[in-house]
Design a protein around this ligand. Sequence first.
Ligand code: VGL
Ligand code: ZN
Length: 208
Amino acid sequence: MATDALILVDIQNDFLPGGALAVPEGDAVIPVVNRLQSAFDIVVASQDWHPADHLSFASQHEGLTPFEVTEVDGLTQILWPDHCVQGSHGAEFAADLNMGRVDAVFRKGTDRRIDSYSAFHDNGHRKATGLADWLRARDVTAVTLAGLAADVCVYFTAMDAVDEGFATRLVSDGTRGVDLQPGDVDSAFDRMRAAGVEMVTSERIAGH
Ligand code: VGL
Ligand code: ZN
């Protein structure tokens, strides 16, 4: 039977206020997604999970600072503060996030040389995380996304979900963005809508 899966994107300490790459109001998504989970048969979570020397970190590039842009392995790369280092507190899921209903966790960004914003593929579309096949093996045809950050990992996950053929929704009150440049979140929402992503508020999700 075709099912709808909830995908929780990167709800990790480093993306919450006080974290290394804090998303403003990032913690506001937690009660929303905790309430939503009971409306879904399948819940999965992605986890940004970098080695300490990951090349998306400004600290790995002499003379460059966070939020500058450079090239890594032929791809344009925004340099970030060190974040979500494997095994660190910052990489852990938020303490208040209900993990009891999460069926599988997909880790990404594990290869030093390539970043991975999407929960489906790395940024060069060189390798898949396995999420699409995992979902298809469970007859998932539709996905509902929530989490962090709206204009980075949620955005790329949504665009890949559409590409992979899933009917894709984003919980508008279940996400927050970085807005590195003011307007980034608005334009990410516009581009997602144009690609066919349906925006839905959590209160309109059936069974919740
Ligand atoms: C993210 C920047 C770097 C995210 C991950 O989860 O949105 N952003 N790594
Ligand atoms: Zn990252």
